[in-house]
Write a new protein. Structure first.
Length: 202
């Protein structure tokens, strides 16, 4: 569907976008209230997949996760997401590069937030912008960290607790702070560990 020369959406685009927004609001609410508090990984995983999320073998999401648009969220094998995490997969139907991809053997601690959508503060309509977040294999993200749109976190990187990641992180590096900056390198560069099973009843 095309847009006008002024950059405004056509009426069909507006209608389609509004219907998509209502659908996603309903899904977000259901996955939060109806699914997120169920203390069984298998049941939660079933519903997350039912609504379009891709979760690899051994992947788990602990309770009370807030999930936006599971259709564009991919979680790899043996990846564990801590409780109360925010997983943002929003991707508008037109001209969007949003979505969230998390690799294999990634350990995401409690209350970590991934945000793929933000507003353009320089746009006269305060328009939303979606940019994909990519987390490569063997990454650890500490509690209450925030990962912002467009960030790629390289293989084996470590994000210290409470960090706000505004720029991409090189592989095997350790970053910390607000905004997050490199503080050292990880001493190992070859990874073959597994995280094991997620905690039961969480």
């Amino acid at each position: 569907m095309s847009t006008s020369t002024t950059g405004r959406r056509s009426l069909p685009e507006k209608i389609l976008n509004r219907l998509n927004t209502i659908y996603l609001e309903a899904v977000t609410g259901f996955l939060w209230w109806g699914v997120g508090f169920i203390p069984f990984h298998t049941i939660r995983r079933f519903f997350y997949k039912l609504f379009g999320m891709k979760i690899g073998k051994g992947g788990a999401i602990h309770m009370m996760a807030r999930i936006y648009d599971p259709r564009h969220i991919v979680i790899g094998n043996d990846t564990i997401i801590g409780e109360r995490a925010t997983l943002d997969g929003r991707k508008q139907l037109v001209n969007s590069n949003g979505g969230l991809k998390i690799g294999n053997h990634v350990d995401v601690a409690s209350e970590v937030m991934f945000w793929t959508s933000q507003h353009d503060s320089n746009d006269p309509n305060f328009a939303p912008i979606e940019e994909k977040i990519i987390v490569e294999d063997y990454v650890f993200i500490g509690p209450r960290s925030i990962i912002l749109p467009g960030v790629t976190i390289g293989r084996g990187a470590i994000i210290a607790a409470g960090s706000i990641v505004t720029k991409s992180v090189e592989p095997n590096t350790i970053v910390a702070g607000v905004p997050a900056k490199k503080i050292s390198d990880r001493k190992i560069t070859k990874y073959d560990y597994t995280l094991g099973r997620a905690r039961l009843f969480q």
